[in-house]
Design a protein. Structure first.
Length: 394
């Protein structure tokens, strides 16, 4: 087994439970041959800290699997996946939905692995060199612990290139899944396209936020921005929204959104789907003097890297300012950021600044984070990427 020896004092974060070792913390490596292989991590003084997966291309040079005495073999992956499933079962997540995140990377002790269940299909992403190196062990553990009808890969995400890995997707085990998988969530049904859809097919992390919208949208004229395949809009109609306008740039997403509204029995007279850029559409509504009682902003990630942080802050402020100007007095703004580089404090400052420039007063009535199947390990705060606020706007 290869070894990675750390510089003096760089073992502190590992001893505190953080799973990442950056290249600048490494003193030297010995006997490392293959990208992703398991290595022994040693402090500068020679203390064995545990085992991790080495990445020869990433600034995150090692992702820790666990402490000393935890061999990384087939049994290791079986145990970690079994533990992740048991945690979801104890939270009774599977009682309200048949679609949830069963493995959330570092927060479940499997850095770089995403595994989402959609009814009888498990969709995986192998995002690190370590998960790629151990992919056959991981696939075997998923099959034997979950008994899925299908295991499908969606490792077509740019972060793999930072690990020196090619992008790929396709069937890994079981039978070929249908073109659209039907899932159930909080009494609603959704078609999910696991092959072409965003992330692994659906925004599972917003389940609890969608449920809140259902309880809050009664009678409200609602604008659902960045609507994807209609999730928030459908949840609003279930709660009795007066009318829902959905805005999305993608024709493919809008076509699937139309199917989802009809799937849940909503008539065309209760909703519309507009193919447009959200920034442009909000300005058009402003210029036309249009107002809404509830506006939902769930944009894609604006800050892909720290170098794009300032541009992302301007983008978030712009759409929040425009939305506040469109809200009727006492209306509700539900606003989110899924950019990990936008911290909750930064996001609160953005919303506050937008309200000031819009000449509106706001009251925060609810704060949100990703749903419970996307847990945040206290030693790994980077796992908290989704943040949101429901604001009453005056």
């Amino acid at each position: 087994m290869g070894k990675v020896r750390l510089k003096r004092g760089k073992e502190i974060s590992i001893l505190r439970g953080h799973p990442w070792i950056f290249s600048g913390a490494v003193d030297k490596t010995e006997g490392v041959v293959t990208n992703g292989e398991t290595v022994e991590v040693i402090s500068h003084s020679g203390q064995i800290l545990g085992y991790g997966a080495v990445s020869l291309h990433s600034q995150i040079r090692v992702r820790m699997w666990g402490g000393a005495g935890q061999p990384v073999n087939d049994m290791f992956f079986h145990a970690r996946i079994r533990e992740a499933l048991q945690r979801r079962s104890k939270q009774s997540i599977d009682k309200t939905t048949d679609a949830f995140r069963m493995v959330f990377s570092e927060s479940d002790g499997l850095p770089g692995l995403i595994a989402d269940q959609y009814a009888g299909c498990v969709v995986c992403q192998f995002l690190s060199a370590g998960t790629e190196y151990n992919r056959e062990k991981i696939i075997g553990a998923i099959v034997e612990e979950m008994y899925p009808e299908s295991v499908y890969e969606r490792s077509d995400i740019q972060v793999r290139e930072k690990e020196g890995l090619p992008l790929r997707k396709g069937l890994l085990a079981g039978k070929e899944p249908p073109e659209l998988i039907t899932i159930q969530e909080n009494g609603l049904s959704y078609f999910v396209d696991i092959r072409q859809g965003h992330k692994t097919g659906f925004y599972l992390d917003q389940r609890e936020s969608r449920e809140w919208v259902t309880t809050s949208a009664g009678g409200l004229d609602t604008l659902n921005c960045f609507s994807y395949t209609g999730g928030f809009g459908i949840a609003a109609l279930k709660g009795g929204a007066g009318y829902v306008t959905n805005i999305e740039t993608s024709a493919e997403c809008n076509a699937l959104g139309q199917k989802n509204f009809i799937l849940n029995g909503f008539v065309q007279e209760s909703f519309s789907i507009v193919q447009d850029d959200v920034f442009m559409a909000l300005r058009k509504y402003r210029d036309a003097g249009k107002t809404f009682d509830m506006i939902i902003l769930d944009p894609p990630r604006f800050a892909e890297s720290r170098s794009r942080l300032q541009g992302a802050i301007r983008g978030y402020k712009d759409i929040n300012l425009l939305a506040m100007k469109l809200l009727s007095r006492g209306g509700i703004l539900l606003t989110f950021s899924c950019s990990g580089h936008i911290t909750p404090d930064i996001f609160s400052d953005i919303v506050r600044a937008a309200a000031l420039d819009a000449g509106r007063e706001i009251q925060i009535i609810k704060k949100f984070q990703q749903s419970a199947d996307h847990p945040v390990m206290t030693a790994f705060p980077e796992g908290e990427y989704l943040k949101g606020q429901a604001c009453r706007v005056w």
